[in-house]
Structures are given as C-alpha cells and as structure tokens.
Design a protein around this ligand. Structure first.
Ligand code: PBG
Length: 333
C-alpha cells in the first residue's frame, strides 16, 4: 500500500505520545492573522441587538462596532468584513442605502478605518440584499427577475462609495456574472488601483444562510437559486473560478465552508491567489446550539472546524468566532 512497503515495526502512535510531540508534528496550524471577523452594523439603534439564531453575535451600533474592531486588532485578527443593516424605511427597490455616501455601511467603514487605520484589513460586503426592500442581491426587471447587467451598474457604484469610505478590500457577494470585472473597472476608474477584490467566487445556494437573514433583517421572499450555485455542482465552481481570476480577483472565496471542503481543496489546488472560506451563520449556529445543549464541547468543536477548513486548503477563514479563536491562539491553547 504505502511507498515504504509493509514495515512491521511501524507504529504511528509513537508520534502521538505527548502534547509536545503532537504539537511538533502537527501538519496544520492556525494563526490569528488568517481569521477574518464578519460584523453587522445596524442603523438607528442605541444598544447592540442580539441575533437570536446566532447566540453571542449582535447587530452592532456604530460605537460597539468600533470597539469590536479594536478588540479584533488586540487579538491579532487579520481582517474584518462589514455588513450594513439600513433602517427598514430607507430600503427600496434599487438598494439606495448601498450607494448613499451616508448609508450605514459607508459610515461604518469610515468609523472602523478611523479606529484601526491599517492595523486590520477592512473589508465590505458588496451586495444589494441588505439594502433592497425585496431582499434580492440585485435589482429586478419588469417581470421581477434579477437583472444581471442593471445590477452590475449598481455594484460599480457600490465599489466606488465603499472605496471612498475607506474599504481596503471589497467583497462582491451577489453572484452576478461579471461582478468582479465591473468592480475592478469602477475602482480603477477612480484611481483606486490599491483597493483589492475578495471575490465570492463559489457561493452555493445554502440553507445554512438562515441565521444571516435574521442578522441583516432580510426582506427576502423566495430564494436565490437563479444566481447562487446548486450544491450538487463542483465543476461549475471551477468555471466560476476561471472567470473571477480573468476578471481580476485578488483573492477568491468558497462559501459555505464545512459542507464544501471538497470544493475548498479543489480551488486551493488550482490557484496561486489566496483562498478564503466563509464559515457561515448556520455553521456557527449548529455548534452553538449543540454546545448550549451540552451535546458538544464548544471550544474544541470550534477549533476542530477551523482546523478542518484550514487543512482543506483555505488560507483565510471568515468566522464569527474570529476574535475569540484568535485570543485562544495567542495564549497558545
Ligand atoms: C449576501 C451575503 C449572504 C451572506 C454573506 N453575504 C447571504 C446570502 O447570500 O443569502 C451569508 C453569510 C452567513 O450566512 O453567515 N450579501
């Protein structure tokens, strides 16, 4: 079987004898700098609002978001990905808050940049779903279908306002064809060649986004199956990858993470750009719920999921546990 032949003295357990031995031979290590904290900021609230399906995660006020960003820096976290939740009354069919320089996401980007400067990579979700009254990731045509190319024009404007507001990285997440290209052109067009694009390259239409819909107060009825990928497909992921790289993606992402580790591995084997995986809201909720019932050892389970995602080939992991896990790592736990 093995390249060494059948050696009767082989005893793999010898390398598992002590904690120091296991630590020395570990093939996968996590580092705080590889973790990215997704964070929600909501307009018009004076106290953080807990998200019931994500125990421990809140919709931040502008103030508590600044604190969370500062804590992430302290913990050595690599980046923060911001999602804005505008006031319900401001949402409209074209997602105007997403391109308003005074929209909540833009204000939050300014806040966080003034708090952390360049000590944390500040990223923004480039998508319309948080901002539209119908909850879709794009604008709709007369028949109510998501209009790809009209949406791209909105995304271009979002890229510009997010860069103006201080984003180091924009993250187009709406799965529109051409979204990376228009973001790149829009940024270059205003002289912002320095702003990077983290492309949501492979984004599956997943039931595990459930808790996120509460987190952003989503107005969506129906589903996103005409733009997000079918969980049955793997080769399609490589096609999305080729397109995003050709369009100028600086980093690529697979999302969700745990049910798609085979895709993380395939992508990681293909590319020479950084690969991120997004451990999404439902993945978080599953572990927290089981742990709250005493069915799982919480902290060990968290580290095992992160290690698994890293081992599958993701160099960057977006996780709601980023700051907490980074503190454990800093303490050498
Ligand atoms: C779209 C977006 C979503 C998530 C991140 N960006 C929701 C969706 O596609 O339905 C989900 C993240 C999570 O579930 O943690 N703006």
């Amino acid at each position: 079987m093995s390249v060494y032949g059948n050696f009767p003295g082989a005893r793999p357990r010898r390398l598992r004898t002590t904690p120091a031995m296991r630590r020395m031979v570990a093939e996968t290590r996590l580092h705080p700098a590889e973790l990215i904290l997704p964070a929600f900021v909501r307009e018009g609230i004076s106290e953080p609002v807990p998200i019931s399906a994500m125990p421990g995660v809140v919709q931040h006020t502008r103030n508590t978001l600044r604190k969370a960003a500062a804590e992430a820096v302290q913990a050595g976290v690599g980046g923060i990905m911001l999602f804005g939740v505008p006031e319900e009354s401001k949402k409209d069919a074209i997602g105007s808050p997403g391109t308003d320089p005074n929209g909540i996401l833009q204000l939050a980007l300014q806040d966080v940049r003034s708090e952390v400067g360049d000590d944390l990579v500040v990223m923004s979700d480039l998508c319309l779903d948080e901002h539209t009254d119908h909850g879709h990731c794009g604008v709709l045509d007369a028949e109510g279908r998501v209009d790809n190319d009209a949406t791209l024009e909105r995304y271009a404007e979002m890229a510009r306002v997010q860069a103006d507001a201080g984003a180091h990285v924009v993250g187009p997440s709406g799965m529109m064809d051409g979204q990376v290209r228009v973001a790149r052109e829009a940024l270059d067009g205003i002289g912002r060649q320095d702003v990077s694009i983290l492309a949501y390259t492979v984004k599956y239409s997943s039931a595990f986004y459930g808790p996120f819909r509460e987190a952003v107060g989503s107005s969506l009825r129906g589903d996103r199956k005409t733009y997000q990928q079918d969980p049955a497909n793997a080769r399609e992921a490589l096609r999305e990858l080729a397109l995003d790289l050709a369009e100028g993606a600086d980093m690529v992402m697979v999302k969700p993470a745990l049910p798609y580790l085979d895709i993380v591995r395939r992508i990681a084997d293909e590319v020479d750009v950084p690969v991120a995986a997004y451990q999404i809201s439902g993945e978080y909720a599953m572990v927290e719920a089981a742990a709250a019932n005493g069915w799982l050892e919480r902290d060990r389970a968290i580290m095992e999921t992160l290690t698994g995602i890293r081992r599958a080939g993701a160099g960057l992991i977006l996780t709601y546990w980023a700051s907490e896990a980074a503190r454990w790592l800093q303490r050498g736990e």
